[in-house]
Design a protein around this ligand. Structure first.
Ligand SMILES: [Zn+2]
Length: 479
């Protein structure tokens, strides 16, 4: 048992001390590791020190990577919050879990990572900072304890209010600062947690736009900015546009970095609490990842949920498990968010359901045993976009249509064109071959969804409100 308590505020100290005293009565070391899965919304890997970024955005994440394994190329299933978290929780691509549109909820037919670990005796707790993780969308399946950490939106919102906030570009969730409350809520939960190993899922929201300057942090990234750029209402803000002054764009990136550092500082606090509860680092598996990336006009857009270029589908992924994951190891093979379910289920002693599309990465991590090379299926199925791509380590090909127009086949050779600027046409033989594989994977995913009887499950929304939102011009493009 650690002898020093992590930094604890206020009245929680007494309750935490009581838990500590109680825990000390149990001398047996836990047989199974506790697990924390941290998902940082909208975080690009190439803005982290451990992925080669120079500004000081991520000392905590870098330390976790140095003590564990870093995956060089990790892929989401899409470029927005709701389906990517469903993929993380089910080990399935979006066409298989079926939660690819705002207005849908995760079917109860799925077995989530939290459910699998709970059935093996884990206590399960989830904490979220953004509206798409609200129980309205069904992502609370399997969590004994599931807590909103939003501060601009009440905890007891109706489904209509949640959906409204999810869609509106000026939604109060974008102005929210949630990391401090997240740390407080995790601390509060720990005071009531028992001695079973735990699985904690923590969704951290603050890296998501709007980018809010934090005193003492923005100075680390852009101390001498004299311009007058304001970034409130980021997505609708016409001052943030592809033709903007490069100095102002540099300031936007600095604001993004300042949010990453703000989040990283709170992860430090979270890990201190969770390591203490797990009775030491060696009993705690830490995974830090993201739901998708973010684009800054590399292909003309800002934000995310507009396409499937690498800047929005690549995510960071680091895994620390002392004694099992060699410190400082870098895995070069492409991995995917859907691989987290089998990996963490396996670490927790839970069998992975046969239909799961992800694979257990532990043999690769722990013993350098090769795992089969698997492509990533990337999908964006939200009107007016309909796009699917297959991504391997060296090639990307797919089909996209916009606003109901006929689909276009295309591809990119990532090994010679990592920036995805030299588009190959649908008549390229490599594109054709990749598309065959993509269509097979899509059909297989849709078959899994049918066989599970897992969709679509609609969020219950008042039809009159839905009509009004449509008339007001809201589009499904807020996340
Ligand atoms: Zn997101």
């Amino acid at each position: 048992m650690n002898t020093s308590l992590p930094r604890v505020r206020g009245l929680a100290l007494a309750a935490l001390a009581a838990v500590l005293a109680n825990a000390c009565e149990h001398q047996d070391a836990p047989e199974r590791p506790s697990i924390v899965l941290i998902s940082i919304d909208s975080l690009r890997p190439d803005h982290l020190g451990c992925y080669g970024y120079a500004p000081p955005t991520s000392p905590t994440i870098d330390a976790v990577a140095a003590e564990g394994v870093r995956f060089e190329t990790a892929l989401s299933t899409t470029s927005w919050t709701l389906p990517s978290h469903a993929a993380m929780f089910t080990g399935l691509f979006d066409s298989a879990h079926g939660l690819f549109e705002n207005g849908l909820a995760l079917s109860p037919e799925h077995q989530t990572l939290a459910e699998l670990l709970k059935s093996e005796g884990y206590q399960t707790a989830g904490f979220f900072g953004g509206p798409y993780l609200h129980p309205t969308y069904g992502l609370d399946q399997g969590f004994e304890y599931y807590q909103s950490c939003m501060t601009q939106l009440a905890d007891d919102l109706t489904p209509e209010q949640i959906r409204d906030s999810s869609r509106a570009h000026f939604g109060p969730s974008h102005r929210d600062i949630t990391s401090p409350r997240t740390v407080d809520e995790v601390r509060k939960w720990l005071t009531g947690a028992d001695d079973r190993p735990f699985f904690a899922f923590v969704h951290l929201w603050d890296v998501h736009y709007d980018y809010i300057p934090h005193k003492g942090l923005i100075e680390l990234f852009d101390a001498d900015y004299q311009g007058g750029l304001k970034t409130q209402g980021y997505m609708a803000n016409e001052g943030v546009n592809p033709g903007m002054d490069p100095r102002d764009l540099a300031h936007v990136l600095a604001l993004y970095d300042n949010e990453i550092r703000f989040t990283d500082d709170h992860i430090k606090e979270l890990l201190e609490l969770l390591e203490w509860k797990a009775d030491g680092k060696e009993n705690l598996i830490v995974v830090i990842t993201a739901d998708h990336g973010e684009e800054f006009f590399e292909h003309g857009n800002k934000g995310h949920q507009h396409g499937l270029f690498d800047e929005v589908v690549k995510v960071p992924m680091v895994l620390r498990w002392p004694g099992h994951a060699p410190a400082g190891k870098v895995v070069g093979e492409q991995v995917r968010l859907i691989d987290l379910l089998p990996t963490l289920a396996s670490a927790g002693g839970a069998p992975t359901p046969a239909h799961v599309q992800g694979r257990d990465l532990l043999p690769l991590v722990a013993a350098d045993q090769p795992v089969p090379k698997e492509p990533a299926l990337l999908e964006l199925l939200v009107a007016p976009y309909q796009a699917r791509l297959l991504r391997t380590e060296s090639f990307k090909a797919g089909q996209a249509s916009f606003a109901g127009r006929p689909g276009v086949d295309f591809g990119y050779r990532l090994d010679s064109d990592a920036g995805e600027h030299a588009m190959l046409g649908g008549d390229d033989s490599d594109v054709k071959r990749a598309l065959d594989g993509m269509h097979r994977l899509v059909r297989g995913s849709q078959a899994i969804n049918r066989e599970l009887g897992a969709g679509p499950t609609r969020v219950k929304v008042d039809p009159a409100l839905e009509k009004r939102l449509g008339e007001l011009g809201y589009v499904d493009a807020a996340k």
